[in-house]
Write a protein that binds this ligand. Structure first.
Ligand SMILES: [Zn+2]
Length: 148
C-alpha cells in the first residue's frame, strides 16, 4: 500500500491501456454485410440505401424510405412491356405468336407459328389466360403485369 502524499510513479504514457472505442468499428454498417448475402427471390434491394429487404415490405427497415417496388400492384422485377398490348396481341393474333415476338421471345414465337396449330388452339388459349392473369413472362423471365 502506498502512503498518502507519496508521488505515484506514473507509467510511461506509451504503456497506458488504450480506451476501447465505443463503437465496434464497422460491424454495424450494413454495406459489407449485405454484400455477403444473396438476394432471395422474394427480396429486393432498397432503392435508397441498397439494403436487401422483403419485396412486400412497404418501408425499408434500415433507412425508412418507402419501398417503390412494394405492394401487389407493381413489382420491380416485372416486365416493362405493356400488359394491355400483350393481351390484345395475344387475343387477336396470338395464334401467330405475335405476343411472343412483342415480348422478345422470338424462338418460341417462331415455334408457335410452325407448330401452334397442332395444339388446336390450346397453346394459344393457355397464352391468353397466362397473359390475362399476369403470369406470362417476357424474354428476361419477368412477368408482364397490369400496372393499373
Ligand atoms: Zn433502405
Amino acid at each position: 500500500m502506498k502512503k498518502c502524499g507519496n508521488v505515484m510513479e506514473e507509467p510511461p504514457s506509451g504503456t497506458m491501456p488504450q480506451v476501447p472505442k465505443a463503437e465496434g468499428g464497422r460491424n454495424f454498417k450494413g454495406e459489407n454485410m449485405s454484400d455477403d448475402r444473396t438476394k432471395l427471390p422474394d427480396e429486393i434491394f432498397c432503392s435508397s440505401c441498397g439494403a436487401i429487404i422483403k419485396r412486400a415490405a412497404e418501408l425499408c427497415p434500415k433507412c425508412g424510405v418507402r419501398n417503390r417496388a412494394g405492394g401487389p400492384a407493381f413489382s420491380a422485377d416485372a416486365s416493362d412491356k405493356d400488359w394491355l398490348t400483350a393481351l390484345l396481341l395475344c387475343i387477336f393474333v396470338g395464334c401467330l405468336g405475335v405476343h411472343r415476338f412483342y415480348l422478345g421471345r422470338t424462338a418460341s414465337g417462331v415455334c408457335m407459328i410452325l407448330f401452334g396449330w397442332l395444339t388446336l388452339g390450346i397453346w394459344w388459349l393457355i397464352d391468353v389466360i397466362m397473359v390475362a392473369c399476369g403470369n406470362f413472362k417476357d424474354a428476361e423471365g419477368k412477368p408482364v403485369m397490369r400496372r393499373f
